[in-house]
Design a protein around this ligand. Structure first.
Ligand code: CDP
Length: 238
């Protein structure tokens, strides 16, 4: 199938993301919080800290630590996800930590921990990316010193066609070469903090993927900035 003829299941253009909405300050008791909705995927992130690391033996006098906890809620998927940690969520915890840590001035907080809890309340693919976008907003909202914002999006290859922001129907695409999922996270200056790739792709396609990711992350960054600005205005106006 020629790239031009490819039709996405929901009729989006190849470089079109799902509709996004973001809100900062959704959990008043947390030090920072945010909600990120992208299509039917909804993530909520809460930041607690910096605070003294417990258990105490994990304290590191040379640096602070970022501790992320990702959870796909039972009712977030049609099949009911089994509650509690599993291999997938443990892996995603680490991925989110690695995606976010490069922008945090974490060394300023020796012996401390910054806890980031991410709840996926509805999942339609791209939950790690939505979680990263929400968590980056929540960290900024908590006033954690950051060198930049992190924005994240899943690129994909459906058969031979490159698309941005896969939904679940697209992740399950089986025609031709099937679906390749490529979640990418970027700092606002364009540096990549995270990339995963679970299929085959040519170097030329990968270059194009990077171009598409850069454009999408720029759009995401603008939405993040707007959400943060709105939260400051709410504070100012009481
Ligand atoms: O969500 P993300 O794309 O970051 O990660 P994934 O492991 O590739 O999962 C893709 C999608 O599969 C999720 O967003 C859910 O929609 C679905 N899923 C599910 O239905 N049940 C699970 N236990 C895990 C994932």
């Amino acid at each position: 199938m020629a790239a031009k003829e490819f039709k996405r299941p929901d009729g989006r253009k190849l470089d079109e993301m799902r509709p996004i909405s973001a809100k900062v300050g959704v959990i008043p008791s947390a030090d920072g919080s945010a909600m990120w909705k992208q299509g039917d995927t909804i993530a909520i992130a809460a930041v607690h800290g910096p605070k003294k690391m417990h258990p105490q033996h994990q304290q590191d006098p040379s640096t602070g630590q970022l501790r992320c906890n990702y959870n796909l809620m039972s009712f977030s998927v049609s099949d009911r996800a089994r509650p509690g940690k599993n291999r997938r969520s443990q892996e995603i915890d680490k991925i989110i930590e690695w995606a976010l840590e490069p922008v945090l001035l974490i060394k300023d907080f020796p012996n401390m921990v910054i806890d980031v809890t991410i709840q996926i309340i509805q999942a339609d693919a791209g939950t790690r990316c939505a979680g990263i976008n929400a968590a980056a907003l929540a960290l900024a909202h908590a006033g954690i010193p950051m060198k930049g914002m992190v924005s994240s999006v899943a690129l994909g290859k459906l058969d031979k066609t490159l698309v941005v922001d896969l939904n679940k129907a697209e992740e399950d695409f089986e025609e031709g070469e099937g679906a390749t999922d490529i979640p990418i996270s970027m700092i606002s200056d364009g540096k990549i903090t995270h990339i995963q790739l679970d299929g085959k792709i040519t170097p030329t396609q990968l270059k194009e993927v990077m171009k598409m990711a850069k454009k999408a992350c720029k759009e995401i960054y603008e939405i993040q900035k707007k959400a943060l600005k709105e939260s400051l205005e709410v504070k100012k106006n009481g």
